[in-house]
Design a protein around this ligand. Structure first.
Ligand SMILES: *Cc1c(COP(=O)(O)O)cnc(C)c1O
Length: 397
């Protein structure tokens, strides 16, 4: 058999994730593997949990990375908090809200869906109406940053409403973490999950989660066992926390992805060095520059300004332009990846991500220059020079 090592092509990742991984993170991944119960590894894990608390703005003792991608973070929240027969209100305004509903049903729960248009934030009034109509609901679930559309929902208000009606809350912060203001404790979020590969500049495959004392009490007082062995927090806790709550008595549950965790640790050290608020600010500033350039190219963002995410920009494909052909040209000619639309927005938008290490001035200029030139080649008039100037003057502010 003729085989050779895999050499990935050099790409700039400006889609819905994964985002560009910082070289410091890839360097961390290459460090020697040690045992997952080695005291040095446990010390690194303790630090990592502290760094996650910093990033999520929480003091929750139960804050840790699940050894699997963001979807497993989602599943960890649902399988532990939903028991058969539980009624769960799911706010759905895109792909990930739909997956939350799917999770509820598979846990044997009853999902009440509060549907909003794709490309819009969740409407708090609709949630309030649903809470009044379903006083027996136990949980409310919502997505903070809906990556499938670029809409940001007002999680603080949604959580407040849920609590007023005695519901616990599950929040998807996969794309939000690091890119948009997120305050787990100040907003009172009960269970939150995130991902490593979006605004944290890390490789895919890990899902930070955090549970409040209230949420943990629900997990430990369940009347039925969690149907997933791997994600059952009652078991996972002995591994990440030790049975005494300290790391000294950690017992084997699964083999942690040791090197991947070095990578996440490095990414979080970098986030702490930058400062979480400064990271939010950088994502916002770069979004404004990209937006100025896109608008100068004659392109429009589909989400209303007040509901827009800085890290995921859904851009309307102009009439007469073949959206897939543009993406293929960007990838072939410029090694630049942007995303396609999904579901209700399939074929209608491009999704341009400015997440983590991808959220940099040089990426904005590369994207505007490449997109302008491809659009011109395809007969769609666009002033690329003016777009670059518009972005640059925004960046210079
Ligand atoms: C990417 C994403 C997920 C899923 O994360 P994976 O790492 O792909 O499993 C879940 N929710 C949102 C909002 C996402 O953007």
């Amino acid at each position: 058999m003729q085989v050779s090592s895999f050499q990935p092509p050099p790409r700039t990742l400006m889609g819905p994730g994964p985002a560009d991984v910082h070289p410091r993170v890839t360097a961390a991944l290459a460090r020697p593997t040690i045992g997952h119960l080695d005291p040095a590894f446990s010390a690194m894990m303790e630090e990592l949990k502290g760094l996650l608390r910093y990033a999520l703005r929480t003091d929750n003792p139960l804050t840790m990375p699940v050894s699997a991608p963001g979807s497993a973070g989602m599943e960890t929240c649902f399988v532990n908090l939903v028991e058969p027969g539980d009624k769960v209100i799911v706010c759905s305004n895109g792909v990930f809200g739909g997956r939350m509903r799917e999770n509820v049903v598979r846990c044997g729960g009853e999902a009440v869906v509060v549907a909003d248009d794709w490309g819009r934030a969740v409407d708090p009034q609709k949630l309030e109406d649903a809470l009044k109509a379903h006083p027996d609901a136990k949980l409310v679930a919502c997505v903070h940053a809906e990556t499938s559309t670029g809409a940001c929902s007002d999680v603080k208000t949604l959580v407040e409403l849920a609590h007023r009606h005695d519901c616990l809350t599950i929040v998807d912060a996969v794309t939000a973490l690091g890119g948009s203001p997120l305050e787990v404790d100040a907003w009172g979020i009960d269970a939150v999950y995130a991902g490593s590969q979006k605004c944290l500049s890390c490789t895919p495959g890990l899902a930070p989660v955090s549970f409040s004392e209230r949420a943990l009490a629900k997990v430990t007082s369940r009347s039925t066992p969690v149907q997933s062995w791997f994600l059952d927090l009652n078991l996972v806790l002995g591994y990440w926390q030790g049975n005494d709550g300290g790391s000294s008595k950690r017992s084997y549950h699964h083999t942690a992805p040791v090197n991947a965790l070095y990578g996440l640790h490095e990414a979080l050290v970098m986030l702490a060095e930058e400062g979480i608020e400064q990271s939010w600010e950088r994502h916002h500033r770069n979004h404004l520059a990209l937006r100025a350039g896109l608008e100068t190219l004659g392109l429009e963002l589909v989400v209303p300004e007040a509901e827009r995410l800085p890290q995921l920009n859904a851009v309307a494909v102009p009439g007469g332009v073949d959206e897939a052909a543009v993406r293929a040209r960007l990838l072939d000619t410029y090694d630049l990846e942007i995303g396609a639309g999904l579901g209700a927005l399939a074929g209608k938008v491009w999704r341009i991500g400015l997440m983590g290490y991808s959220s940099r001035p040089e990426n904005i200029l590369l994207c505007l220059g490449a997109l302008g030139s491809v659009l011109n080649d395809m007969g769609h008039q666009a002033d690329t020079g003016a777009a670059l100037s518009a972005a640059q003057s925004m960046l210079a502010r």
